[in-house]
Design a protein around this ligand. Structure first.
Ligand code: SAM
Length: 220
């Protein structure tokens, strides 16, 4: 069994490597990673693997993303304090905790699997994160009660860009979403809504996520 000090030491090495390699580009993202180590958001039996730069299992057959993937999406989102963010696909709650640390305000995150809503809430509480609000539901439809959003970050792969998510962005807002095949291969898209309400999308590159299952995602 690896003790807490060793977990932290391993995690700090991972973060420094991601920074040195230019995957983590900004100080705020680096600080957020250091504040919320990934081992706080996995089951005990996976703690000693949390520093490895690969996805890990979480309950209900889902995954917590690899640290490099989370860093890439957070850097692309260009989060600033005060921004209102919706995350779709809470999973473990780790990415939501990092977002909350970057925006320093309330973050809304939607998860479709009840077991993971509980898992994420427990992890967030244990990590001392108070400003993440986890909701059970189909996030492919967005989260109407808190619209509009500065940023929407989707951490599951969709067959196409869900219309409601684009609609729920503020002018000047940005959606980050993997789009592609049902299992594993997608392209990561950055969708910007201009001040006049038009959308512009860019493709970042290939990624591998579990499917976004829902009305505007894949059917069960
Ligand atoms: N962001 C997560 C984290 O930090 O651990 C990792 C998310 S995991 C790669 C993708 C998650 O999206 C899974 O927990 C899955 O249940 C969830 N998901 C899939 N379709 C969804 C939907 N329509 N609405 C909400 N969550 C969904």
């Amino acid at each position: 069994m690896v003790d807490g000090e060793e977990l932290l030491r391993r995690w700090e090495k991972t973060v420094e490597r991601l920074f040195r390699d230019g995957v983590i580009k900004s100080e705020p993202v680096r600080r957020a990673f250091l504040k919320y180590p990934r081992y706080l958001f996995v089951q005990k039996r996976y703690c000693s693997y949390a520093h490895v730069d690969e996805p890990l299992p979480i309950p209900a057959g889902q995954t917590i993303s690899a640290p490099h993937m989370v860093a890439i999406m957070l850097e692309l989102a260009e989060l600033k304090p005060g921004m209102k963010v919706l995350e779709v696909g809470t999973g473990s709650g780790w990415n939501a905790a990092l977002i909350a640390e970057l925006v320093k305000t309330d973050v809304y995150t939607v998860e479709r699997i009840p077991e993971l809503v509980e898992f994420a809430r427990r992890n967030l509480q244990r990590a001392g994160v108070e400003n993440v609000h986890v909701f059970l539901g189909d996030g492919s439809k967005g989260f109407p009660p808190k619209v509009p959003y500065d940023r929407i970050i989707v951490t599951a792969g969709a067959p196409e860009i869900p219309g409601p998510l684009v609609e729920q962005l503020k002018p000047g807002g940005r959606l980050i979403i993997p789009v592609g095949s049902y299992h594993l291969w997608q392209d990561l898209y950055i969708v910007d809504k201009t001040e006049k309400g038009k959308t512009k999308k860019r493709r970042w590159g290939g990624v591998a996520f579990v499917p976004l299952v829902g009305e505007y995602g894949w059917r069960e």
